[in-house]
Ligand binder design. Structure first.
Ligand code: ZN
Ligand code: ZN
Length: 387
């Protein structure tokens, strides 16, 4: 019997868990109900449960004797989005919803945990890692800082994300960078206010800030190696209150992204230098804040090959995209891959296009792929930790 077929008897249970999480979404570090349900389920199957790392994090440890140890990670948090879908399991919490499919990630890892707890056809220790706050708030880093890998050692760690842009049931994998670093910046141009009819008496921060926005696009176009990847997006420009007054200041905010640490550092340096230089030339000054959020998510070569082979054995090589294109989105599993070797891959859910992309108010995880994701976890454990 194929591993996917072995997981099919748990399909209905996984759908029930997934829709329960979907109906009760919780955002960063507030995943109390979600983590309680996960901990109760794991303990009920005889899995040793530890709670409290990263606040609401849950770790299930399943040991069958001496052998390697493997970390499998799912994220639990939802987003601040008001759900518009009219499904029966729609969010009961106005303004919050599982628009990134983390409800499905939890259900698939629970399905794998239940199956492995029953069959125990492996030798070693599996750590089921349920982390809080993947979206923006670095729950993975907080778990690591709370001693995740010191108290619960693993030789390697694996993660997956549902991906509506890829066909249903297809796995995409790639060695090296798969998601970009994610930083945010704020630049306040401090000029001097004046009557709008007498601009020569002031220093117009809007004019200065507009030049900075334009100049920053030249960083990616002219200062980054064309063979590298980088994004600078200004996403907020706030200044002024009325028609006839030049304000004192203008504020710009945005995000910078890259795959390589050198490019990331270069972006930070050049954005600041351009901003300060343009301000100085105009007689204005710059209040500059640059906040490094997530590093790039970089897959390790050996573990990527392991994941690719396991996926190909599970689904057939024709259902594995071995050179999956990377994304300039970001992912805090990056912190786990800095701490331990591992691989992060994508599971196609095939419901992309139209209104059904990640972070869309109509998004709903495709329940048909639940047995495939759970089977990937089981196959990974049984392959890497033979009994
Ligand atoms: Zn997301
Ligand atoms: Zn996500």
């Amino acid at each position: 019997m194929s591993t996917v077929d072995r997981l099919r008897p748990l399909h209905d249970a996984m759908i029930e868990w997934r829709r329960d999480f979907h109906a009760h979404p919780e955002t960063a570090y507030e995943e109390h109900r979600t983590s309680e349900r996960i901990a109760t389920l794991l303990a009920g199957w005889g899995i040793e449960v530890h709670r409290g790392l990263g606040g609401t994090g849950v770790i299930g440890s399943l040991c069958t004797g001496d052998g390697p140890s493997l970390g499998l990670r799912a994220d639990m948090d939802a987003l601040h989005i008001h759900e518009v879908a009219e499904v029966a399991h729609r969010s009961r919490t106005p303004g919050k919803m599982h628009a990134c499919g983390h409800d499905g990630h939890c259900a698939m890892l629970l399905g794998a945990a239940r199956h492995l707890a029953e069959t125990r056809d492996f030798r070693g220790t599996v750590r089921f890692i349920f982390q809080p706050a993947e979206e923006n708030e670095a729950g993975a880093l907080r778990m690591i800082e709370d001693g995740l890998f010191d108290r619960f050692p693993v030789d390697s760690v694996y993660g997956l994300h549902n991906w509506p842009d890829a066909p249903e049931g297809v796995i995409g994998v790639r060695a090296g960078p798969v998601m970009a670093s994610f930083d945010v910046f704020e630049a306040v141009v401090v000029g001097r206010g004046a009557h709008a009819a007498m601009p020569h008496l002031g220093i117009d921060p809007i004019h200065v800030a507009a030049q900075i926005v334009a100049a920053w696009q030249g960083v990616v176009a002219r200062a980054v190696d064309p063979l590298e990847s980088a994004v600078v997006s200004v996403t907020q420009f706030h200044a002024g209150d009325t028609w006839n007054v030049i304000p004192d200041r203008a504020m710009l905010r945005g995000t910078a992204r890259a795959f390589r640490a050198e490019v990331r550092g270069d972006l930070e340096h050049r954005l600041r230098r351009l901003g300060e230089g343009i301000c100085a030339a105009a007689g204005a000054s710059l209040d500059w804040t640059y906040d490094r959020r997530y590093p790039a998510t970089v897959n390790h070569a050996r573990e990527t090959e392991v994941a690719r082979r396991v996926a190909a054995d599970l689904l057939g090589a024709e259902r594995v995209i071995a050179e999956m294109p990377p994304s300039m989105g970001s992912e805090d599993f990056a912190f786990m891959l800095q701490a331990r070797p591992g691989c992060y891959l994508r599971l196609g859910t095939g419901n992309g296009g139209g209104n059904c992309l990640l972070h869309n108010a109509a998004y709903d995880f495709n329940d048909r792929v639940l047995p495939i994701g759970a089977a990937y976890w089981v196959a990974l454990v049984e392959s890497e930790m033979p009994a």
